[in-house]
Design a binder for this molecule. Structure first.
Ligand code: NAP
Length: 299
């Protein structure tokens, strides 16, 4: 019997670095032409360690490509009205091309109110109703960074999505639902037949087994096992979790929503965790910031 071909590892580090190198070059060209550097701001409320880490990583990545970054920090007890004033200030500050509000916000603040207050032209996270609407209607706008990164990975590895059955597991507003919309669009990558699954889906395994392309954004460590995946499927793992591991230096290792060692044997292409989708998210945020600076959009 012929030996099964090894799957291709989709290397998000390499693809994201290439995107960041292109951004860096474009920023340098802008400065040569006496334009200013793009400026990304982040709003950080409270002192959640994960949020602090994410914002620090975004700042570091921005600096690495020549994008100015500033972080506006507020205490946990800031009121919703005070935070809305901050948003209004950032909306009107011509020095700032785009900004993000790091989520989650404290429970007393309505995230929808805050996100909806961001001006769509500065919404480099692509979370506002206007940008989501533009994405649904296939119009120019800013795409949410993680789904944007997934589309770029598919493009970079020339994975044909046209006419394929694409199963997305997870329907969050920031990953699953937008990626399902993008893959169903009449464009490339796109033109797929998409099934969107969630916690109320019946016979999940039957559906995932029929996927040519399986996108996993579930938030449950190693949930997708080898017996749920069709031979030769493309598997994109969005999940990221710390799993206790005494043999690891840090006492934990990172895993995704996919049981990698199992699914690897079935897939034709697969993203590792870490080093797959993760690095793409920040690269696409920087890309959106550059577009915002140039008053351009993803189109
Ligand atoms: P989320 O908001 O928690 O959404 C999880 C989705 O999975 C929900 O739609 C949920 O269904 C569905 N789900 C949960 N259990 C299920 C089950 N047993 N069967 C089928 N569907 C099930 O998560 P998220 O924000 O999309 O994030 C997903 C994962 O990606 C997390 O691990 C997160 O850390 C990671 N993530 C990574 C990046 C990155 O840059 N790499 C970015 C964002 C998120 P219901 O809607 O019915 O509850």
């Amino acid at each position: 019997m012929a030996k099964k071909k090894e799957p291709v590892l989709i290397d998000g580090k390499v693809v994201s670095q290439k995107i960041k190198d292109e951004i860096k070059k474009e920023v340098a060209d802008l400065i040569d032409k006496k334009d200013s550097s793009p400026h990304l701001a982040a709003v950080l409320v409270g002192d959640d360690p994960a949020s602090q880490t994410y914002v620090a990583a975004k700042e570091k990545a921005a600096h690495s490509v020549g994008i100015i970054s500033s972080t506006y920090r507020y205490p946990e007890d800031i009121t919703e009205n005070e935070l809305l004033e901050v948003i209004e200030f950032l909306n009107n500050d011509d020095e700032i091309d785009g900004f993000i509000v790091q989520l989650p916000l404290p429970a007393h603040i309505n995230e929808d109110h805050i996100i909806s207050a961001i001006h769509p032209s500065k919404d480099v996270d692509g979370f506002t109703p206007v940008n989501i609407g533009n994405m649904v209607l296939n119009r120019p706008g800013y795409l949410p960074a993680t789904p944007y990164g997934i589309m770029e990975l598919l493009k970079a590895y020339k994975i044909n999505t046209e006419g394929k059955h694409c199963v997305v597991v997870g329907r969050s507003n920031i990953v699953g639902r937008p990626v399902s919309i993008l893959l169903s669009q009449k464009r490339n990558p796109g033109n797929a037949t998409v099934t969107l699954c969630h916690s109320k889906t019946k016979n999940l395994k039957e559906i995932t087994l029929s996927a040519d392309i399986l996108i996993c954004a579930i938030g449950k460590p190693q949930f997708i096992t080898g017996d749920m995946v069709k031979e030769g499927a493309v598997v994109i793992d969005v999940g990221i979790h710390r799993l206790g591991d005494d043999s690891a230096k840090k006492g934990y290792r990172l895993v995704g929503d996919v049981l990698f060692k199992d699914v690897y044997k079935k897939a034709s292409f697969i993203t590792p965790v870490p080093g797959g989708v993760g690095p793409m998210t920040i690269a696409m945020l920087l890309k959106n910031t550059l577009l915002a600076h140039k008053k351009e959009f993803y189109s």
